[in-house]
Structures are given as structure tokens and as C-alpha cells.
Design a protein around this ligand. Sequence first.
Ligand SMILES: [Mg+2]
Ligand SMILES: [Zn+2]
Length: 269
Amino acid sequence: MLIEPHPANPNILPASVKLRLLPYVGFGSTLSPKPLDKIGTTTSKDINQHRGHRGFFFEPCVLRALCSEKVFSSNMTTKQPAVFLDRDGTINEQMGYINHISRFVLLPGVGRAIRKLNEHNIPVVVVTNQSGLARGYFPASLLDEVHKKMDQQLAAEGAHIDGLYICPHHPEAKEKKYRKACNCRKPKIGLLKQAAADLNLDLTKSFMVGDRWSDLKCGAAAGATSILVLTGYGRGDQQYIGPQQEIQPAKVAINLNAAVDWILEQLKS
Ligand SMILES: [Mg+2]
Ligand SMILES: [Zn+2]
């Protein structure tokens, strides 16, 4: 499948197609196909080398970076801080499993918040556990549809994300390909590590924003600064789960927009 251009910017790969580069990718006539054998072996350099060629082929399945031209050109030499965002309850309304396109509803102010990060050239990477795939609650095609909607709604506000990493796994998954005790399901840090490798990010200077303690633990384990938003499960978890937790957020923000304002202040000083 040839990917469609991103609604906001042709140099950005749309969230709906992320996913794994196929073993052989035909990057136009002057380049011979380069073997990219599996997830984890593709570096930002590999992708960067081929950026500008519109013929990426993707396997509609799991996780992959999107790469904005701007982010790539600015960070190939120095590792950059990024802002990692949880999806459900942080970007969109918490509605349990998003098992229908209608259940994806962007939270107010999210587009504006992400646009501010874009304007500061700070990579925005969404990291999300989607065990609904493993549990057979919805197909991968629905996930793609949801991310297409997310891209479009963000684009309507002049915002985009630079990366999208998904953990589709669960130890008791119905489907064998998703059945494993992986190292990417938050609070494990596999998604962040993969993004850091792909996009040349400095995790210790990065931020992780989420509405659950698994997000905060993940951020802390990666050496990043964790921020709790009070959207989604945030308010309840802060009250009932938070007090017993060893890991505490560096900041509690009322929503993503407030979290972003705080992050921008931290990056200034
Ligand atoms: Mg969440
Ligand atoms: Zn996983």
C-alpha cells in the first residue's frame, strides 16, 4: 500500500500508516531496496536517507515512527528532548476501549497544545498501550482509522504528531502474534526506547505526559520527567492510587495544554 500524504504536511507520514517497514522497501528507481529485517533495526538514519521518496510501503500492523522533515533535519546530530504523550485520557476522552471510530473524541485544547510543541520544533511522540488488539476487541484496521481521525482533527488545528508507537500485546492475547510478555507495554519503556533510537531523542531530557500511574512509572523508568494530567483517569487516580505510589509526578497539570505550558517553561530555563 502506498501511503497517503499527511493532511497537514506532505513531509509527515500520517499516523494511520506508521507501522513496520516491510523487509524490502522500494525507494524509487535510483536506490536499491534496502533490507530492513525487523522492528527495531530501522534507525532514523535509514528513514532519513530515504526521506523525500514518497513510496514507503508499510505493513498494516504494529508500531512505527512518523517522521516530520523538520524534526529530522534538526536532530540528526544532537539528541533532542521530546514530549511523549499517552493517548486515551490524555489526547482523547477516556471511553474504555476505543472500539469504534465514534469513540475517539479529541479533548478540548489538545490541538492547540500540540501545535505549541510543533512551533517550538519539539518532537511529539504518542505512546499507547492498545491491548484491545490482543484481546480481539477491535481489528488493527480500526486502530488505523482512529489514528487517521486523530491526524485529521489535529491537522484542523494546525498540529501534528511526529511519532506514534503502539503496544498491541498482552500475555493472554487471543491472537498468537500479540501474545507475549513484551517489553513495550507501559510501564515498560520499550516504546520510548524505540522512539529514541528512531528519532535520535534524549530520554533524560524528555517529558512523559499521561493520565495513569503506568505512564508516570514509564517516564520515570526511562529517566524522563513525568507529568500527570487530570483528564481521563487522572483525577481519580491522583486521589485513590497516587498516595500509595513511590513514583510521583514532577508536575500535576489540569490538562495537556497546561502540561505543555509547564514543559515549555522548563525547556526555556
Ligand atoms: Mg491513558
Ligand atoms: Zn508490547
